[in-house]
Design a protein around this ligand. Structure first.
Ligand SMILES: *[C@@H]1O[C@H](CO)[C@@H](O)[C@H](O)[C@H]1NC(C)=O
Ligand SMILES: *[C@@H]1O[C@H](CO)[C@@H](O)[C@H](O)[C@H]1NC(C)=O
Ligand SMILES: *[C@@H]1O[C@H](CO)[C@@H](O)[C@H](O)[C@H]1NC(C)=O
Ligand SMILES: *[C@@H]1O[C@H](CO)[C@@H](O)[C@H](O)[C@H]1NC(C)=O
Ligand SMILES: *[C@@H]1O[C@H](CO)[C@@H](O)[C@H](O)[C@H]1NC(C)=O
Ligand SMILES: [Ca+2]
Length: 532
């Protein structure tokens, strides 16, 4: 909360400073032109922040944190003095995950610690997952500080969709070929076309003494330096590249980070089975520096109800200012742009009926056209399956989504009428299609009672009620009777008259019903066996 107040103060101060002070710091300013005073708008972004203050953390698997039950451990420097203790129930000896994000007093490292590798040779694996529930653009290196030695193998993964999907971000190993079958590379050696390459580095995994080298980095600065020069002075070129190189901005954008710790520090030698108390992970700090992604529509980002949120300007709204405010949707939403330098383009949302003729298109079109002979302005090329002067109707074959507003991308739902069962592919306002004879259901993909489905609905030939198969025949899928030996006809109502006349004579006597008798007689007559 104090941080939020600070930000407000900072932003307030910035408003009083001239534009030239920082790049993209302010979203608008009150300027006086020949036409009088008015607002001028600019692309803007929030200040970079220490993101560890807003993170939620999860450590997996359950039971990986040391101290429950209490256990002893020792260090690579002092491998035979295993007197250190981790005890979750004693605040002085506990090492919970939150100690990766605290503010440390000078010289006193506080850290999360894992259990020791007592299950060797089963691998000692741990995941540390950081979630912000907000997209963040990295502006500086991610620095992970390990006490008692850095892992010999680990990898960094990131998510851009709040943890639904994950992607490798960087691989770390003392031997990249052996661990990941990847050649070792250094970020410093990347070029302008490979600045967003995912690589394996050996720089942070070799044993160098646990006190000397504690940090594992994800190098954001070195990647920026490819465009902005070694001292990061040429920010114009960096911003130009971020805007124009496909996928580059997204590469530095995250909502979640995951450290997959795959093998602990070994102290520069092989695993010594007789002393497994010195193998474990201990992380004292995770520094993530970045800014809220607000699509260049906000210069403030505040911590509200447990999550970071952009304070959107330019009449945009949403956590990332990712859409236009209600009544400001006369053209499609667009992110602001760093270009042209130095102030960028705000790409603000426009009110219906302003600046844009008088034509509301509910955000489904960003072009209007004047039709001279009708004297109307009409939206051109309505998207999202809409049509009409204001893109206010659904295209044929679509119907209105009753739970969506007119300016929602999902406003029109496809009818999806069954091609065979329905008359055409249009449907009514509730999505019901018009069915052919015998078909039913909203999409006409079912049959009415007494009809069966076979490339469309056909009336039953036989069933268990009115259209019974006769003479011991059985009804096959309502499509035909399978007749007993000696009978034929749609309902097996006819006797097969074969050479032996006795067979035919026998038929009527087997059945008592009059109708059967008559049918039998009829059949016999047709066959020419009986002269009436
Ligand atoms: C760590 O996360 C990965 C997915 O990113 C998963 O496959 C793996 O099982 C997890 N490991 C542990 C120890 O939870
Ligand atoms: C994530 O942020 C959104 C928008 O601020 C909020 O509605 C939601 O409750 C948050 N989810 C969690 C798990 O914090
Ligand atoms: C946003 O809408 C307000 C009216 O509510 C208007 O005064 C302001 O100029 C608009 N801002 C932009 C960037 O269009
Ligand atoms: C209807 O609109 C709502 C709101 O946008 C959306 O969540 C839902 O998926 C839409 N329904 C269909 C069937 O597309
Ligand atoms: C659409 O058709 C179905 C089935 O014929 C009917 O129940 C429904 O009332 C119709 N909806 C409208 C809005 O006409
Ligand atoms: Ca700490």
């Amino acid at each position: 909360m104090a941080a939020a107040a600070m930000l407000y103060l900072l932003a307030f101060l910035l408003h009083c400073l001239p534009v030239a002070m920082g790049q993209y710091d302010i979203c608008k300013s009150w300027v006086t032109t020949d036409d009088g005073p008015s607002w001028e708008f600019y692309a803007c972004q929030p200040k970079a922040m220490r993101m560890k203050d807003y993170v939620t953390v999860r450590v997996d698997p359950a039971g990986i944190t040391c101290g429950d039950p209490p256990e002893r451990f020792c260090t690579h420097e002092n491998p035979y003095l295993c007197s250190d203790e981790c005890d979750a129930s004693n605040p002085d000896l506990a090492h919970p995950p939150k100690l990766m994000f605290d503010n440390e007093d000078e010289g006193l490292a506080t850290y999360w610690q894992s259990v020791t590798w007592r299950r060797y040779p089963e691998p000692l694996l741990a995941n540390i997952t950081l979630s912000w529930n907000k997209s963040i653009e990295l502006t500086d290196d991610i620095v992970i500080t390990f006490e008692y030695g850095r892992p010999t193998i680990m990898m960094l993964e990131k998510s851009l969709d709040n943890g639904r999907t994950w992607h490798p971000y960087q691989y770390y190993a003392d031997d990249c070929m052996e661990a990941f079958s990847m050649p070792a590379r250094r970020v410093r050696d990347l070029s302008t076309t490979s600045a967003n390459r995912v690589l394996c580095t050996e720089e942070y995994s070799r044993w160098a003494g646990s006190k000397k080298e504690k940090n594992v980095r994800f190098e954001v600065r070195d990647r920026f330096a490819i465009f902005a020069g070694p001292d990061l002075k040429n920010t114009d070129n960096l911003y130009t590249r971020l805007e124009s190189a496909k996928g580059l901005k997204d590469f530095f954008t995250i909502t979640d980070l995951r450290m997959r710790l795959l093998r602990p520090a070994l102290g520069g030698t092989y695993v010594q089975r007789e002393n497994l108390y010195k193998y474990f992970y201990a992380v004292s700090n995770i520094e993530v520096t970045g800014r809220c992604k607000c699509n260049l529509h906000a210069n403030l980002c505040t911590f509200k109800e447990g999550s970071l949120q952009c304070e959107c300007e330019h009449n945009t709204t949403g956590q990332d200012c990712g859409k236009c405010k209600k009544n400001f949707r006369s053209r499609s939403w667009r992110a602001g742009s760093y270009l042209p330098l130095p102030n960028g383009s705000p790409n603000a949302c426009a009110a219906a009926g302003s600046a844009f003729g008088n034509c509301e298109c509910y955000g489904h079109s960003n072009r209007c056209s004047y039709i001279d002979f009708l004297n109307v302005v009409t939206c051109v090329s309505c998207k999202h399956n809409t049509r009409g002067q204001h893109c206010q109707h659904c295209r044929l074959g679509f119907y209105r989504n009753s739970s969506a507003e007119l300016d929602d991308e999902n406003v029109c739902i496809e009818c999806n009428c069954n091609q065979i069962g329905s008359m055409h592919d249009r449907c009514n306002e509730t999505g019901y299609c018009e069915c052919r004879e015998g078909a039913t259901g909203p999409k006409c993909d079912d049959c009415l009672p007494n009809y069966y489905w076979r490339q469309g609905c056909f009336p039953n030939v036989c069933d268990d009620e009115l259209l019974l198969c006769q003479n011991g025949g059985t009804c096959y899928q309502n499509q035909r009777c399978i007749c007993a030996m000696g009978f034929k006809g749609i309902l097996c109502e006819q006797s097969r008259c074969e050479a032996d006349k006795k067979d035919c004579d026998g038929v009527p006597s087997l059945h008592s019903s009059l109708s059967t008798l008559l049918l039998g007689v009829l059949t016999l007559q047709l066959c020419g066996w009986v002269d009436l």
